[in-house]
Design a protein around this ligand. Structure first.
Ligand code: SF4
Length: 213
């Protein structure tokens, strides 16, 4: 059984899959409280669903790309059979995770998009650093940045773990409405950073507060 906040079909707004049609399965609950979190409604709102019912609802959209997100999706045990069965159905499965829960049980074929929490999130003490050793060349690491201090933390972390050589992409995403993309771009260009500036596409296509997109 899973507690599901929402299942919807939209344009993928993040990662190297940005721009592609995608089905999103947003699971309920998170044990972090990032100050810039844009999905607090997923902390507690949700309905109970069997894994099979989630699969049926996903299948209705006829889309080969599916993202499991939250909240923190790895807090629910049945997320593992859900990912296995989506893969068995032939779908490409993306997992958006906050990076504080072990990735050890995530199926190898899942594309992990893992946050490293910066100081400005208020949750950087919760980073589960061992997870970096579980990332492969199919996976992606995301830093959400509020300010220069976050940028310097992220830059140092990329260098320390050689994340650009370990993963498919290192994503630097400014907090919408707080850090100007132009400012972040200038810093990245100045440092010749092996990272990708990421804007949350869905917040430009639709209003930043629109749910279910
Ligand atoms: S980990 Fe994700 S869902 Fe949880 S508080 Fe942080 S941004 Fe929100």
């Amino acid at each position: 059984m899973l507690t599901v906040n929402e299942i919807f079909y939209s344009i993928q707004g993040e990662s190297t899959f940005a721009g592609r049609p995608c089905v999103f399965v947003r699971l309920t609950a998170c044990d972090l409280r990032c100050v810039w979190c844009d999905t607090p409604y997923a902390f507690s709102e949700g309905r109970k669903m069997e894994v099979g019912d989630v699969l049926d609802e996903v299948a209705r959209f006829g889309c080969p790309l599916v993202e499991i997100t939250g909240g923190e999706p790895l807090l629910q045990d049945d997320v593992y059979p859900l990912m296995e069965r989506l893969l068995a159905d032939g779908r490409t499965v993306l997992l958006e995770t906050g990076g504080h829960v072990s990735l050890s049980r995530v199926p190898g074929a899942v594309v992990k998009i893992m946050d490293v929490k910066c100081p400005g999130s208020g949750e950087s003490a919760e980073n589960h650093w061992d997870n970096i050793n579980r990332l492969t060349s199919r996976d992606q690491v995301k830093f959400v940045l509020r300010d220069r201090a976050d940028y310097e933390f992220a830059r140092e972390t990329v260098g320390r773990f050689a994340l650009d050589r370990r993963c498919a992409a290192v994503l630097f995403s400014p907090v919408h409405g707080e850090l100007e993309p132009r400012q972040l771009a200038a810093w990245m260009l100045e440092d010749r950073l092996p990272a990708r500036l990421q804007l949350q596409l869905h917040k430009y296509i639709w209003d930043a507060s629109t749910r279910g997109v």
